[in-house]
Design a protein around this ligand. Structure first.
Ligand SMILES: [Zn+2]
Length: 394
């Protein structure tokens, strides 16, 4: 059975990507491979449609482009120069949140095309102590370790490489364990920074730390026209907000119009921020779209600010992988308003996470499946400010 596909670039049903979006893809910028990598090929520049194709790979329902990407990537590799295909592993946390690793998905598809085995050769060591080094250097080291003994010729697959620093670390790690030839292929590549590519071990942020570059902002409208100016303002303002939010990788902004002519604030703006499995939502109304956008941004800053303290208590130290961690202290502190949302997805979690979700949504209660009991449960905010938990029993 052929499943219907849609273009991840523009959403049009049919081939992924559609011919129009393929035309817009720009070729990958030329440049030398990172240190330790014998050859590096990339399909297209990490820009415009190319960026949309890569960022949406992270979502299970937007992976229609994988076969097309894998075919193009495999075509740029000499199969004879490859014993085993592997991938640059994402952090365990990200893999857990998404349920899969998009680099692994690509690697397996590329390996099938090349008729070569695909094996996990790399793992990320979580929180390896690296005392005595500067923080920025610790940050740069993705903490890669080899799994078992790698073969002589390895092809490394990743979705996007920006500075090439992570690939350089991959090469160092594999060569340290006995690999002789390391090649790399990525779907996308950003231009090399002025001054050339960084060498392994130099203080450079690894590609996946620059997560804010990969925020995917979707703007849509119903019963109302979203002008180019409003669309641009939305991308700018919501994008700026993402800089204060560690790990936010998707934002959806939806404009609609209240049909009742007696209502003055008839432009409605709904925003959903998504990252690490968490959601932050808000819905506001205003006389026009631009004012609605400003009100939404202000309200989101306030919601995130309230969370900052809470999340700060739950985590320790720098480098933690939290969704919300770096909102500035001067964020707007307007009076809280109750937010109403229509959708409700019931998922399995513990009571602590349900409490967090309740606050993220700005609700006084949260219904979930308690992972301790496997049954429905509710956390709710009591009048005394504490939180109650109701568990379903037989
Ligand atoms: Zn398209």
């Amino acid at each position: 059975m052929l499943l219907p596909t849609a273009c991840p670039g523009c959403g049009t049903p049919g081939p992924a990507p559609c011919p129009a979006c393929r035309e817009q893809l720009r070729p990958a910028p030329a440049g030398p491979p990172p240190p330790g990598i014998d050859a590096w090929a990339a399909l297209f520049a990490y820009d415009g449609v190319g960026r949309a194709l890569v960022t949406r790979l992270k979502y299970r329902n937007a992976r229609d482009a994988v076969p097309w990407l894998a075919a193009g990537m495999a075509a740029r590799v000499d199969a004879d120069a490859v014993d085993v295909v592997t991938w640059v592993p994402t952090t365990a946390r990200r893999r857990r949140d998404r349920g899969f690793d998009q680099a692994e998905v690509l690697a397996r598809a590329v390996a099938r095309r090349l008729r070569r085995p695909c094996r996990r050769l790399l793992r990320r060591a979580a929180g390896a102590p690296q005392t005595g080094r500067r923080r920025v250097e610790r940050f740069a080291d993705p903490g890669l370790r080899c799994v078992g003994r790698p073969p002589p010729k390895v092809l490394v697959v990743d979705d996007v490489a920006t500075t090439g620093a992570t690939l350089a670390w991959v090469a160092t790690t594999l060569r340290g364990a006995g690999t002789v030839e390391v090649r790399a292929v990525t779907a996308a590549r950003t231009p090399a920074p002025v001054g050339g590519l960084p060498s392994a071990g130099r203080a450079t942020l690894p590609d996946d730390v620059r997560q804010e570059e990969r925020v995917d902002i979707q703007v849509s409208g119903r019963h109302t026209e979203v002008s180019d100016a409003l669309r641009q303002a939305t991308v700018d303002k919501i994008g700026r907000l993402s800089r204060f939010v560690d790990g936010m990788d998707r934002a959806e902004v939806h404009y609609s119009e209240e049909r009742n002519p007696r209502i003055q604030d008839k432009e409605i703006c709904e925003v959903t921020l998504e990252g690490h499995g968490h959601h932050v939502r808000c819905k506001v109304s205003a006389p026009d779209g631009f004012t609605a956008l400003d009100r939404a941004v202000e309200k989101l800053e306030h919601q995130l600010h309230k969370l900052k303290t809470k999340l700060g208590r739950r985590t320790s130290g720098p480098g933690n992988d939290q969704f919300v961690a770096t909102l500035p202290d001067d964020a707007a502190a307007s009076a809280p308003r109750i937010v109403k949302t229509k959708q409700f997805a019931m998922s399995t979690m513990d009571a602590e996470d349900a409490l967090l979700q309740m606050d993220l949504l700005g609700h006084d209660f949260f219904v979930f499946t308690n992972d301790r009991t496997g049954r429905a449960a509710v956390v709710y905010r009591r009048e005394d400010g504490d939180v109650g938990l109701i568990d379903q029993v037989d």
